[in-house]
Design a protein around this ligand. Structure first.
Ligand code: HEM
Length: 106
């Protein structure tokens, strides 16, 4: 998907993780989020158009998605352990990370 599509998938997934209490639905949402984050990591956002792949700005872009992927894995482990409340706390941290990165790159 393009970046906008990836962001829509992240958004759908995050609302499921935040609102659902169904273990399987939450795991599927986190899997979808992982794929969207991996794909978005390879994109160049309009705000960095023309930046070289190895520029500090593009390295910062990719490392933000590595942080996001780390949180997604953390939430996934918690859901697999049945710790849905803790998984939702990680979802809150994902929302903070989203807001920080939207301020930088959007
Ligand atoms: C789970 C976390 C995130 C969610 C739920 C999310 C959600 C969204 C949404 C709903 C949009 C608007 C899409 C549209 O144009 O209709 C958007 C745009 C955008 N997001 Fe995110 N986002 C997340 C994480 C991130 C991260 C980590 C970054 C950067 C490192 C990022 C960078 C951007 C950029 C650059 C745009 C504008 C895209 C464009 O102009 O084409 N987002 N995001």
């Amino acid at each position: 998907a393009d970046l906008e599509g990836d962001m829509m998938s992240l958004s759908d997934g995050l609302s499921t993780v935040t609102s659902s209490n169904n273990n399987q639905a939450m795991q599927q949402a986190l899997t979808d989020m992982r794929h969207a984050a991996e794909d978005a990591k390879t994109a160049t956002p309009p705000s960095l158009a023309g930046s070289a792949p190895q520029s500090p700005a593009m390295q910062g872009w990719r490392s933000a998605f590595d942080q996001l992927l780390g949180k997604i894995s953390q939430a996934d482990q918690l859901v697999k352990q049945g710790k849905l409340t803790e998984a939702k706390q990680v979802a809150q941290q994902i929302a903070v990370l989203r807001n920080e990165n939207h301020r930088k790159y959007r």
